[in-house]
Design a protein around this ligand. Structure first.
Ligand SMILES: C[S@@+](CC[C@H](N)C(=O)[O-])C[C@H]1O[C@@H](n2cnc3c(N)ncnc32)[C@H](O)[C@@H]1O
Length: 391
C-alpha cells in the first residue's frame, strides 16, 4: 500500500461522472453547467464533467437530476487482472481513504480483455484493497452491500480502468421527503427531469389529474421555490479524508438561502393542482408535500380525473397514468385514456399536456396527436414523455 498525502482542495479539478436516468443526459448536462460544472460531456446514462471541490459539494446539495456523482480517484492503463490489482493499490492513499474500521463495497461496469465479468473485476478490486490493508494494519475492512462507509465504482473500457468514489452514499433521488409512496411512484430525480423538459417556469398553472404520491408537482414546486434537494440528508463525502468542513458549510448555507416563497423574480408561483381517485394516495401526496415544505402552494384533492376542474388561466397538465401491466386491465385503461382525452379537450383547451406513456396502444385512445416524443426510462420500462397541444 502506497503512502501519499490525501488530496486537499488544491484547485486541480476533480474528474467526475454523474449517473443519470436514461433519456435525461442532455437535461442533466444543462443542469450541471448551470451549477458550475465544466468540461461537460453527455454519455450514455451518464454525464462526464470536471468540478472543483466547492462545485462538487454544490452539486450534491442542489442537482435534481443525477442518481450519483462519482469522483474519479485514478484512471490507469489496464491489460490484465494483475494490472488491475496493482493499479488499484496505487490509486489512492488507502490508509486515509479506507482504514479497516470502515466498511466498503465495489461495483464494476464495462469490460476489458481478460476482465469480462464485472463481478470478477469487482472481486479483484476488493482483493487488492483488503490484501493491502492486511499488510499495513494486520486487519481488513468488511464488505457491506447495504450501507457501506465507502462506495467504490470501477469502470473498464478503452484499455483503461477508472476507479471512482460515490459522494452521496444513498442515491441522490432519495430527498427524504417521501416516507410514504403510492403504488407506482416516479423517482424524484426522474420527476424533476420530466418537469425540466417541459420548460415550465412557475408563472403558469400546473396540474396533474392522476398525481399519485405527487412526485411531479412536488418536484416542480421545490424547483420553483428554491427548495434545494440535498439539505436534509447526510452524504458519504462528509466522511472522506479530504472533506473540507468550512467549504461544505459555505455551500450548505448558500443552498439554504435560495429558499423563497415566490418565484426568483418576486412573482407569485402560479396555482399547482393535483388530484387522484385513491383517497389514501392523496393523503400520502399531502404528507409528502408537507415534508418537502411546499404544501401551502399545492391544492391536492381526491377525485376522478374525469371530473377534474383545472385552475384559471392556461398552463400545463402533466401526468403519468397507469400503463396496465396486468391482463384484464386493458379495456378499462383504454376507457380511462379515452375519457382523459375527452376531459382535457373539453376543459383544458389551449393548455399543454405532457404525459408519460409506457404503452403506445393506450395513448392512441387519447385521440390526440403528440408534437414531441422524448424517450425516457422509468424504472427499466421504456417510456415516452409525450407533448400535446390541447385544442
Ligand atoms: C402511475 S400512478 C402515478 C404515480 C405518480 N406520478 C407518482 O409519482 O406517485 C397512476 C395514478 O393514477 C391514479 N388513477 C387511476 N385511475 C384514476 C382516475 N380515474 N382518476 C384519477 N386518478 C386515477 C392511481 O390511483 C395512481 O395513483
Amino acid at each position: 500500500m502506497t503512502e501519499q498525502t490525501p488530496r486537499r482542495s488544491t484547485g486541480a479539478p476533480l474528474a467526475c461522472i454523474a449517473v443519470v436516468p436514461p433519456g435525461l443526459e442532455e437535461a442533466a448536462a444543462a443542469e450541471l453547467a448551470e451549477l458550475g460544472a465544466a468540461a461537460i460531456r453527455p454519455l450514455r446514462r451518464a454525464v462526464g464533467f470536471e468540478a472543483d471541490l466547492a462545485t462538487y459539494y454544490r452539486l450534491h446539495l442542489r442537482a435534481r437530476l443525477p442518481f450519483r456523482l462519482l469522483r474519479q480517484l485514478a484512471c490507469f492503463p489496464c491489460r490484465s487482472r494483475d494490472d488491475l490489482y496493482a493499479g488499484v493499490q496505487q490509486a489512492a492513499d488507502w490508509t486515509q481513504w479506507l482504514p479497516p474500521q470502515l466498511s466498503f463495497r465495489v461495483d464494476a461496469t464495462g469490460s476489458l480483455p481478460g476482465l469480462g465479468h464485472s463481478h470478477y473485476s469487482a472481486l479483484q478490486v476488493k482483493n487488492a484493497l483488503v490484501d493491502g490493508q492486511r499488510r499495513h494494519w494486520g486487519e481488513r475492512s468488511s464488505v457491506d452491500l447495504e450501507a457501506p462507509d465507502l462506495s467504490l465504482h470501477l469502470h473498464l473500457g478503452g484499455g483503461l480502468a477508472q476507479l471512482s468514489v460515490d459522494g452521496s452514499g444513498e442515491s441522490l433521488h432519495r430527498r427524504g421527503y417521501r416516507p410514504r409512496m403510492g403504488l407506482a411512484p416516479l423517482k424524484e430525480n426522474l420527476a424533476a427531469g420530466l418537469i425540466r423538459l417541459t420548460g415550465w417556469d412557475g408563472s403558469v398553472p400546473l396540474a396533474d389529474p392522476l398525481c399519485g404520491s405527487g412526485s411531479l408537482l412536488i418536484e416542480a414546486a421545490c424547483w420553483a421555490l428554491g427548495r434545494e434537494p440535498g439539505l436534509q440528508r447526510r452524504f458519504a463525502l462528509e466522511g472522506w479524508p479530504d472533506f473540507d468542513g468550512a467549504l461544505w458549510v459555505k455551500e450548505l448555507e448558500a443552498a439554504a438561502a435560495l429558499e423563497r416563497t415566490t418565484l426568483a423574480h418576486g412573482q407569485p408561483l402560479a396555482p399547482i393542482k393535483g388530484q387522484d381517485s385513491d383517497a389514501d394516495v392523496i393523503d400520502q401526496a399531502q404528507e409528502n408535500a408537507e415534508a418537502a415544505g411546499v404544501a401551502p402552494w399545492l391544492q391536492l384533492a381526491q377525485g376522478d380525473c374525469r371530473s377534474f376542474e383545472p385552475p384559471e388561466g392556461r398552463g400545463l397538465v402533466v401526468c403519468n397514468p397507469p400503463y396496465g401491466e396486468r391482463i384484464g386491465e386493458r379495456d378499462q385503461l383504454e376507457q380511462l385514456y379515452g375519457d382523459l382525452g375527452a376531459m382535457l379537450k373539453q376543459r383544458c383547451s389551449g393548455w399543454h399536456l405532457w404525459l408519460l406513456s409506457g404503452n403506445p396502444e393506450l395513448t392512441g385512445a387519447l385521440r390526440m396527436k403528440a408534437s414531441r416524443r422524448i424517450p425516457v426510462s422509468n424504472g427499466g420500462i421504456d417510456c415516452r414523455w409525450l407533448h400535446y397541444e390541447i385544442r
